[in-house]
Every structure is written in C-alpha cells, then in structure tokens.
Design a protein around this ligand. Structure first.
Ligand code: MN3
Length: 241
C-alpha cells in the first residue's frame, strides 16, 4: 500500500466513524435523531363494534382491552423503539432476535403484535369449523377438528398465569403451543417456534369482567367467535413462505 492509498483508506474509515457514530444492535441502523413517526407501529383498526362479539366477549371487556391495554402496549412499544433508537421496521425480524433486545421491547412488542392477531381472528356471526386446506391440515395434524379444539383448549387452560395459546405453522405443519406474558412464537426464545396463525389471549383482562375466574368457560365460548376465514388466509400465507 503506498502512502496515498493509505491516507485515502484512513480518511474513508475516519469518515465512516463520523457518519455512523452510534452503537449497532443486530445490524439495525440506529440514529440519534429517531422520531416517533419513524417507528410508529399502529393498532389494527377493529372491523366490528365493541359489542359485536356479545355474548362471548362483552362490550366493556372489548373496549377496555382495545382502547386501554392494547393501546398502552402499542404506545409503549413505539416509545421503547424511539428511546432505544431502533429503526428496524420489520417486527418479525425484531422478534427473531428478541433475546438481544431490552425486555420492554419484548413485552410491549409482543403485546402490540399479539393483540392485532387476536382482533383479526375473531368476528361476529363466526365460529363453526374451518374448511378447505386448513380443515385438511387440522385433521392430518390432530386427527380431527374436535381433537384440535380439545388440545388447543388444554394449552390455553394450562398456561399458568398470563399468556397466550397458539396455532402455529412449523416446518409447513400445524402445531399448538403456548407462551407466557406477551411472548410470541416468532420470538427466538419461544419454547416452540413457528408462524402464528391463530391465538387466544388468556390474560385475565381478556375475560375477567364476564367470566371472573372461569377461564375454561371463556375458552369454551371463544369458538363461537373464531374467524376461520382469516385463520385460513393466515395458514395459506404461512405455508406459502
Ligand atoms: Mn390482552
């Protein structure tokens, strides 16, 4: 290397140090000038009224759950990303590396994402049974729809404390899992990892006003509001990946 090339390289390296002065977090570009707008993750708008899932989910629970609990997770998630100068916009990428992020990103990011999925897999005048490819896959994986319901309900009832039960696609096959708190099957620290296509929130805030301590009753009634059309779409996307 001659002196001129050496100086040129040194200048570039020096410049690099100035242009990217901040620490790196799993390759995410981090800027000191991040604003809330840069990272804003938003609550999915509800496509039905707060009272539309009555009598399975009462209007008061829906309204508090959506406008208080989910709104808080969403706000706190955006605030965490801003404070930590995290510009990653793909939440799945964040989840797949979640063990490297602060706990607040894990808890609030999970709370943000999980509830968006939960609202979307419920609908008024829904329930019944899935059809098509999803119905076939459920029979193949669990023996029958009835057995799937039984196993999923067990996972939801058996989750100690607060958390979620999931139907996931793992290696193109269906599996049931559950996670504590606001963890999600995409997260690198989830016991069973996969693509979540259906879920139930078993935090007490999801059912306590109507069902009090009777979590099993809430789980039993939940099947009346499942939006199988949406779950089927989620399944097709997940197996198509
Ligand atoms: Mn909840």
């Amino acid at each position: 290397m001659n002196k001129r090339t050496f100086l040129k390289n040194t200048a570039i390296l020096g410049l690099g140090g100035i242009v990217v002065p901040t620490i790196s977090l799993q390759g995410n570009f981090i800027s000191k000038n991040t604003t809330l707008d840069d990272v804003a993750f938003k609550q999915t708008p509800l496509t039905y009224a707060f009272n539309a899932l009555e009598p399975t989910i009462d209007a008061a629970t829906m309204e508090i759950h959506y406008t208080k609990h989910h709104a808080a997770y969403t706000k706190n998630f955006n605030t965490m990303l801003t404070e930590q100068h995290i510009l990653e916009k793909d939440i799945i990428t964040i989840f797949k590396n979640i063990s490297k992020y602060p706990a607040g990103v894990r808890n609030n990011g999970g709370g943000f994402y999980n509830h968006n999925l939960y609202w979307s897999v419920m609908a008024p005048n829904a329930g019944g049974e899935p059809t098509g490819e999803l119905a076939k896959a459920i029979s193949q994986s669990f023996g029958s729809f009835a057995k799937f319901k039984e196993d999923f309900s067990k996972a939801a009832a058996g989750r100690f404390g607060s958390g979620w039960a999931w139907l996931i696609v793992k290696d193109k096959k269906l599996a049931i899992s559950s996670t504590p708190n606001q963890d999600n099957p995409f997260m690198d620290l989830a016991e069973i990892q996969g693509v979540p296509i259906f879920c139930i929130d078993v935090w007490e805030h999801a059912y306590y006003l109507k069902y009090q301590n009777r979590r099993a009753d809430y789980i039993g009634a939940y099947w009346n509001v499942v939006n199988w059309k949406q779950v089927s779409d989620n399944f097709q996307k997940a197996v198509g990946v």
